[in-house]
Design a protein around this ligand. Structure first.
Ligand code: SAM
Length: 325
């Protein structure tokens, strides 16, 4: 339906998602980094110097928000240097982080110091045993404590929950209770079938509408306007006024308002999560030719198209970790 379509109008500001590392210590059954493509070799990863060269070019092209993701971005020891490179090269941009939060407590001060002002923490269950079964070997109580520390230090912190039927859909109200108690906004995410775990994804898939219906029955879910047209989350308000988001990328795609570009850990620039390949910037980076780099980067922005498949169409498998979820 949306395949090949460009955004309805050229965005005036852009968001860049940077996958700084395609590896993760967790094993969420729908993500499985490394399942569809070999991991990027360490020598092939962009370096802090590469990001320093790119940051001013992105700023000039209108990028006003940069989100560091992966894989798990906090596994990259030099993440504060990467953040600082963007702080220097794109001083007007808001710098955000998406993380599973396992190492957030110890890394937060340096990241905030380097320039991160927003964080999204990914938690699929509030119950310690279920969390370990659904995500991996970590303690959700520590992750939630780190999330609150981030809430106290940063400008904005959110919690992402990937909703899986029969696995965690009985916790939707619990997440809203936690949000009510802490003031941290929760966003419920509809599973995207990236092809890295197609059978699992089909077996637990719940549409954004089904998530909204369940929440409406539990305590109200009245639609409220999106904050920005390009925001991925549809917004809802519970009967007591608590707001939350639902992101339904597959069943309710928002391609025409999408202002996101993505930079993979090995330096490929993509206009869409579903795009195969992307524009490889490494040769231009190695040559150190800023003018050529700027021209290629500008071309990728101009060529941005949706590659979003129809929901029922088979898709080219990709790894969310490599492209940067
Ligand atoms: N490791 C970090 C984390 O867990 O948030 C950052 C990378 S992860 C790929 C980024 C986000 O992608 C997670 O918050 C998770 O919600 C989301 N995600 C991963 N695979 C997904 C899928 N198949 N469908 C929907 N969301 C997915």
């Amino acid at each position: 339906m949306f395949r090949g379509s460009a955004p309805a109008r050229a965005p005036s500001t852009w968001t860049l998602r940077v996958s700084v590392l395609d590896r993760c210590q967790y094993r969420c059954p729908y993500c499985r980094p490394g399942a569809v493509a070999p991991y990027v070799e360490p020598a092939t990863r962009l370096t802090a110097e590469d990001y320093a060269a790119l940051a001013p070019l992105f700023a000039r092209r209108g990028v006003t928000k940069v989100r560091f993701t992966g894989g798990e971005p906090l596994l990259r020891r030099d993440l504060p240097e990467i953040v600082a490179a963007f702080r220097r090269g794109a001083p007007e941009a808001t710098l955000a982080l998406t993380t599973n939060g396992q190492h957030l407590a110890e890394r937060l001060p340096a990241l905030a110091e380097a320039g991160v002002t927003r964080a999204t923490v990914h938690v699929d269950s509030l119950r310690p045993e279920r969390y370990r079964a659904l995500m991996g070997d970590g303690d959700v109580r520590d992750v939630l404590a780190a999330t609150l520390a981030a809430r106290d230090l940063l400008d904005e912190v959110k919690l992402n929950v990937v909703v899986q039927r029969g696995r965690n859909d009985d916790e939707l109200s619990d997440f809203l209770s936690w949000s009510r108690a802490t003031g941290v906004e929760v966003r419920f995410i509809e599973l995207m079938n990236t092809g890295s775990a197609a059978d699992y994804t089909r077996s637990v898939f719940m549409t954004g509408q089904e998530i909204a219906n369940a929440l409406a029955a539990a305590g109200g879910a009245a639609p409220v306007p999106r904050r920005e047209a390009s925001a991925p989350a549809a917004r809802f308000r519970a009967d007591d006024g608590l707001e939350f988001g639902i992101i339904a990328s597959d069943t309710q795609p928002f391609c025409e308002d999408c202002n996101r570009m993505r930079l993979s850990a090995d330096g490929r620039l993509l206009g869409c999560l579903y795009e195969a390949g992307g524009l490889d910037l490494r040769a231009s980076l190695a040559a150190g030719d800023q003018a050529e780099l700027a021209a290629r980067l500008g071309q990728a922005f101009a060529d941005k198209r949706s590659h979003h498949p129809d929901v029922d169409v088979e898709r080219v498998p990709f790894s969310m970790a490599q492209t940067g979820g």
